[in-house]
Write a protein that binds this ligand. Structure first.
Ligand code: 6GU
Length: 225
């Protein structure tokens, strides 16, 4: 998989890809992540990437020309399966979107900034608009990092234990059950006895029951469909 990220603040985005699982995925050649500074595609003395809003109103709008130059250059080099715009008015990221995106070969992620992009960018280039939740961030960069993390960990070979992504919370619309490690007892707090039973079927049943109970208590909405 190849991910091209277009941003006015590449420095805000790079560090999540320089540690841990994402770093290893890149080093193993399982994913390529390329950053493109929109300012490099701006023309004119001020290299400006934004301008004031037609019709008036506070806040700057990202201009279409630099974005067009950047996307068009990338599209000359390969075909893209998806051009995603990170925006608070997009569809809310969930595990299903992460799963779908992890199956793509080449994607572009455009990070919005200021008030957002000129509507014509969305009309001309964007195939999917994604938000990471109902709150406002200063820009799409942190949201893009969240999307990339959720997607890259699903690429086969990225996680050490191939099954671990499948037992994540949400992968089956259930929250994860409680988990424990050593010591067996800490300050009077004991690990549930069933986990030492050695009976794998019984342990699995306990985990399923716990996952269901936790989901019912915390996220009953997930059980509705
Ligand atoms: Cl994708 N962008 C911004 N600026 N804020 C957000 C968001 C995205 N998702 C949630 N809040």
């Amino acid at each position: 998989m190849r991910i091209d990220i277009i941003t006015v603040l590449p420095e805000l985005l790079k560090s999540p890809f320089e540690a841990s699982i994402l770093k290893r995925a890149i080093e193993a050649g399982l994913v390529e992540v390329h950053f493109h500074n929109l300012r490099d595609f701006a023309t004119g003395g001020y290299k400006s990437v934004d301008d004031t809003q037609f019709g008036g109103g506070a806040g700057m709008v990202m201009s279409i020309a630099p974005i067009d130059k950047c996307i068009s250059k990338l599209q000359c080099e390969r075909n893209y399966d998806e051009i995603i715009y990170m925006t608070p008015d997009g569809e809310q990221l969930n595990q299903s979107i992460a799963n779908q995106t992890s199956l793509k070969e080449n994607i572009i992620i455009l990070c919005g900034h200021y008030k957002g992009v000129d509507q014509r960018v969305r009309d001309r280039f964007i195939t999917r608009e994604i938000s990471i939740g109902d709150y406002v961030l200063s820009g799409g960069e942190l949201a893009a990092a969240v999307l990339c993390d959720s997607v890259i960990r699903l690429i086969p070979g990225v996680l050490g234990n191939e099954t671990s992504a499948l037992t994540d919370s949400f992968q089956d619309n259930l929250l994860a059950p409680p988990i424990y490690t050593k010591p067996r007892e800490y300050d009077g707090m004991k690990v549930p006895e069933v986990l030492f039973s050695g009976n794998f079927a019984k342990i699995e049943k306990w985990r399923e029951d716990q996952a269901y109970k936790r989901t019912q208590e915390r996220r009953p909405d997930l059980l509705e469909d």
